[in-house]
Write a new protein. Structure first.
Length: 397
């Protein structure tokens, strides 16, 4: 059965997380993603632990479903071969420091010259222009510089990095969206274009509310633990045996009276300090100790039963193992088995994409280094076995 991006060919020069996350999403949707790696070395993430049955679980989590081709781009024969691959590709993606592709002789202009329809996507820490253009970036650096660490953690506490690599993941998502948009535009114009996605830009974009409050109201956002900056209660509470997230609906259907009845504090309903979500936020220091004490009187599941009866949004604070075994996660088939070419079956997180006519689900694990070199050169360039073997003997592939 076909997938949404069947027929789209992607040359993937990315490494580690930002770029590989993007290209994995494209692969999930059916694109043929060819990961171009340095012979004998490959993506440096191949060495990231933990390693299970000789497979990096880190690399596995970002490269399922892709093909691996080894190609030495530092040698003229390698760049020539890459440009030949570009002639039949739809997308080229890299996440090197700006200027690297130009030094290799594979900048946008030479690639566009051989294929005017190419979508040439560049992901970087700070973008292709500006004073930080040449500055290398990693997730923690971009999160720090983008402001998100200043609003993550406990109030008056030190800056905290969120538990996942949002600097990389957010940028990977935006890079994927931009590529899809460029492909759609190409279907009308017949022309390719350059796509430039910055990790720092992406961090600012995902914090739109924090920046909007500062730019227009003069508020300087700060870390607030788990609570929301403009609506209360909308946070995690400690219960008798764990933790529970509660998020009341506001507006004309404010659930505050229902919540007060559920926690047996109806005296709070008509208190003018707590009349709506914004006022409750302004008087949070008075409200917080009351709610904290009440929530500790029952177990998490007891509160869930009560709140769900009243249609008050809530949920337990699950550990990763608890999330894996959650019945909703199982119903959505979000944990799946995939086959590795050399080391058996592995469990991975599945794709979140759901389509009615073009369903897709990963079936292959991450590729072995250079596993598909011969196949891709044969299929894309009609090269003979003898030609492919000579390239290998010379160390080009």
């Amino acid at each position: 059965m076909s997938c949404a991006l069947d027929g789209i060919k992607v040359l993937d020069l990315t490494q580690v997380l930002f770029g590989p996350f993007c290209t994995m999403l494209l692969s999930d949707m059916g694109a043929e993603v060819v990961k171009v790696e340095r012979p004998g070395i490959g993506d440096i993430a191949r060495g990231n632990g933990p390693v299970v049955r000789n497979v990096s679980t880190y690399f596995l989590s970002l490269n399922r479903g892709k093909k691996s081709v080894t190609l030495d781009l530092s040698r003229p024969e390698g760049t020539t071969l890459f440009l030949r691959l570009c002639e039949t590709a739809d997308v080229v993606i890299s996440n090197f420091v700006p200027g690297t592709m130009e030094k290799l002789g594979l900048g946008y202009e030479p690639v566009r010259k051989v294929n005017p329809r190419i979508i040439y996507a560049l992901g970087s820490g700070f973008g292709q222009n500006g004073p930080y253009r040449d500055k290398p970036a990693f997730d923690v650096i971009v999160q720090a510089m983008g402001g998100i660490m200043s609003i993550t953690g406990e109030e008056n506490g030190p800056p905290i990095r969120p538990g996942v690599s949002y600097g990389d993941i957010a940028a990977g998502l935006f890079l994927c969206v931009a590529i899809l948009a460029a492909l759609q535009e190409r279907s009308k114009s017949g022309q390719g274009q350059l796509v430039d996605i910055s990790m720092l830009d992406s961090q600012i974009t995902v914090q739109e509310n924090a920046f909007a409050r500062y730019l227009n109201a003069g508020d300087i956002p700060v870390a607030l633990g788990t609570r929301h900056p403009v609506y209360t209660p909308f946070q995690v509470f400690r219960t008798r045996d764990g933790f529970l997230a509660v998020a009341l609906r506001g507006g004309y259907k404010d659930q505050w009276p229902l919540f007060c009845a559920a926690i047996e504090r109806v005296d709070l309903i008509d208190d003018p300090r707590f009349k709506d979500g914004w006022e409750r936020t302004q008087h949070y220091k008075e409200l917080e100790p009351i709610l904290n004490e009440v929530m500790k009187t029952r177990a998490t599941q007891e509160w869930i039963t009560e709140f769900e009866r009243l249609e008050i949004p809530c949920g337990p604070v699950n550990t990763i193992p608890e999330t894996v075994h959650d019945p909703q996660v199982a119903a959505r088939n979000m944990i799946i088995d995939v086959d590795h070419p050399a080391n058996g079956r592995f469990k991975v997180v599945s794709t979140p994409f759901r389509f009615s006519r073009t369903p897709c689900q990963p079936t292959r694990a991450s590729p072995e280094l250079g596993e598909h070199t011969a196949g891709v050169l044969s299929e894309w360039l009609n090269m003979s076995d003898d030609q492919i073997n000579k390239l290998k003997e010379k160390g080009i592939t």
